[in-house]
Ligand binder design. Structure first.
Ligand SMILES: [Zn+2]
Length: 476
C-alpha cells in the first residue's frame, strides 16, 4: 500500500506586514526526509511509523517549513502546492495521505493553506483517506473537517511531542488500511482565543485539560483526542478553540467525547493566566536591575517572532538604551535580539569599529521607531542554524545586542554558544519570546513577562475577529 507523506508548516500572523516568501523557507523533497527529518519531527514521526512495516511503501512528497511570520506570498504557496501534485502525478495509486501540517498557515488572497490543500487533494483523490498531524495552535476549519478522516495535534506547549503526533497520525491511517476500520471525527468549537503565554501544558489549567485528552485516548475505539487552541495573532473568521476527537467505527462516541472536552475547557475559561510575573516593560527592567540572582529572563512578549511578529520592535531596546537606571547599573545585559538585515550588513562591514547604528522599526512602524545605538560589533557568525542566518553581537553602551539577518526565533542557547557569549554569567537576558523554552527554563534564575505593546497586540483594539472573548497577552 502506498502512503503519500508531505507537509507545509508555518504559523502566519496576519498583523505582521512582512510577506513570507521562498527565502524564508527550508524546503526538501522525496528521500531527503530520511536525512533531514530531524528538522521536521512531525513528518519524521510519520515516516518512522511506516518505514519498518512491510505492507507499506512510503512516497515522500515535498516538505517546507519557515519560522512564524506574516502571511505567505500567493505565488510561492502555489509553487509549493504545484510541486506537491507534480511528485504525486508520477505515482499510479495512493492509498492514504498522511500530512505534517501546522494548521494556522495563511496565504495572501487564499486564507487557510490547509483548507486549500486538503480541498485540492480531495478533488483529485476523492476516495483516498487524508490524515493530518497538526500543531496545538492550529485553526481548525470546516473545510479541514470535511475533507480529512482524522486530525490530531500536539499535546505539549512548549511543543515537545511533534514526533509522537506524527506517529499518532500514521497510526490512524494504518487503522483504516490494515484493520479496515472506518474513522469518525467530531469537533466542538469554543468561541475563545487563549494567548500562548497563558496556555503552557505543564501548568494548570492546560495540564489538566491535556491529561483529559490522554485519558480519552485510553478508551477503546478512541484514536485521537486533541485540543486545538487556534492562533490569536491571525484575524480569521474560523479562529477559536476546537476540541476534536477521532473514534474508530463510532460517530456518537466521537461526538460525546468532543463535547465532554469542550465542556471541560469552558469550565476553566477564567482560570487561564500568565505562568510568570507579567509587568509593564519598564517595570520588568527596573525589577530585574534590582535582582541579585542571575540570569534573570525578561520576555519581550509583544514581539515574539516565534508567534509570527516582526521581530524588529524596539520598545525594550529603547528602554535599555535610555533609562537613567541603566546608566547607573553595572549589570551585564544581553538583548536577544532584533531582526534587521540592513543593520546586520552594516555591522559586517564595520567589525571591531566604533560606530553609530540604527536598528529596528523597519517592519513594525506602528508601535516603535528605529533606535540609534553607539557601540561596536564584537563578533559575526555566518549561516547560523537551519535558516542560515548571519548573527552579529553588538556591544552598545549599556548592553549587548544580537542582530540577525533573517527572521528567526530566539529560543535556544545554541545561538549564544555560536556567538561565544558567556551566558550563564549574564545578569539579565531579554528575549523576544513569550513563555520560555526548555533551554531557557533550565538556566533561568527568574522570569518576568514584559507585556510589551507591539503589532500583534492590535487584535484587542481594532480587530474584526468574530470571537466573543479574547484572552491575550497585553493589558488592554
Ligand atoms: Zn504552536
Amino acid at each position: 500500500m502506498n502512503i503519500a507523506v508531505g507537509g507545509f508548516f508555518h504559523e502566519s500572523n496576519t498583523f505582521n506586514p512582512i510577506v513570507t516568501t521562498e527565502k524564508d523557507f527550508v524546503v526538501f523533497e522525496k528521500g531527503a526526509i530520511y536525512s533531514q527529518g530531524g528538522s521536521y519531527l512531525l513528518a519524521k514521526g510519520i515516516v518512522d511509523y511506516f518505514k519498518d512495516l512491510q505492507e507499506y511503501r512510503l512516497l515522500p512528497l515535498n516538505f517546507a517549513r519557515a519560522v512564524p511570520n506574516g502571511e505567505i506570498a500567493l505565488d510561492y504557496y502555489l509553487q509549493l502546492k504545484a510541486r506537491f501534485f507534480e511528485i504525486l502525478a508520477a505515482e499510479d495509486s495512493i492509498d492514504a495521505f498522511v500530512l505534517a501540517l501546522h494548521g494556522s498557515m495563511r496565504v495572501k488572497k487564499i486564507g487557510s493553506a490547509e483548507s486549500d490543500l486538503l480541498k485540492s487533494i480531495r478533488e483529485k483523490y476523492p476516495t483516498v483517506p487524508i490524515i493530518c498531524g497538526l500543531d496545538m495552535h492550529a485553526t481548525i476549519t470546516k473545510t479541514m473537517l470535511e475533507n480529512a478522516q482524522g486530525l490530531t495535534g500536539f499535546k505539549t506547549a512548549p511543543h515537545l511531542d511533534a514526533w509522537e503526533t506524527g506517529r499518532q497520525a500514521a497510526r490512524m491511517a494504518d487503522i483504516i488500511l490494515r484493520e479496515k476500520a472506518e474513522l469518525h471525527m467530531a469537533a466542538v468549537q469554543i468561541p475563545a482565543l487563549i494567548a500562548g503565554e497563558k496556555a503552557e501544558t505543564d501548568l494548570s489549567p492546560m495540564r489538566e485539560l491535556m491529561e483529559l485528552t490522554v485519558a480519552l485516548e485510553a478508551e477503546p475505539d478512541v484514536c485521537a483526542a486533541s485540543i486545538f487552541l487556534g492562533f490569536p495573532w491571525a484575524d480569521s473568521a474560523e479562529n477559536g478553540v476546537n476540541c476534536v476527537v477521532v473514534c474508530q467505527s463510532n460517530l456518537k462516541k466521537a461526538e460525546a467525547y468532543a463535547q465532554h472536552l469542550a465542556d471541560a475547557f469552558k469550565a476553566k475559561l477564567d482560570k487561564f493566566s500568565f505562568s510568570g510575573l507579567a509587568l509593564q516593560p519598564r517595570e520588568a527592567i527596573l525589577q530585574a536591575l534590582q535582582d541579585t540572582c542571575r540570569p534573570v529572563f525578561i520576555s519581550d512578549s509583544g514581539d515574539n517572532p516565534t508567534a509570527g511578529s516582526t521581530g524588529d520592535n524596539t520598545s525594550l531596546i529603547h528602554l535599555l538604551n535610555t533609562l537613567p537606571e541603566m546608566a547607573k547599573s553595572s549589570k551585564r545585559i544581553l538583548m536577544a535580539g532584533i531582526f534587521d538585515p540592513q543593520a546586520c550588513e552594516f555591522c559586517k562591514g564595520h567589525l571591531g569599529e566604533d560606530i553609530t547604528l540604527q536598528v529596528g522599526g523597519v517592519f513594525d512602524q506602528t508601535y516603535c521607531k528605529p533606535e540609534t545605538l553607539n557601540g561596536r560589533s564584537l563578533r559575526l557568525v555566518e549561516g547560523f542554524g537551519p535558516f542560515r542566518a548571519d548573527l552579529i553581537l553588538f556591544a552598545s553602551t549599556h548592553f549587548e545586542l544580537i542582530i540577525t539577518s533573517k527572521h528567526i526565533g530566539f529560543t535556544s542557547v545554541e545561538m549564544f554558544k555560536a556567538l561565544q557569549i558567556d551566558y550563564l554569567n549574564l545578569d539579565i537576558i531579554v528575549v523576544k519570546l513569550g513563555y520560555l523554552t526548555e533551554d531557557f527554563k533550565a538556566i533561568s534564575a527568574k522570569h518576568y513577562l514584559a507585556s510589551a505593546r507591539a503589532a500583534p497586540m492590535k487584535c484587542c483594539a481594532g480587530s474584526t475577529i468574530a470571537i466573543k472573548k479574547v484572552y491575550c497577552a497585553c493589558k488592554c
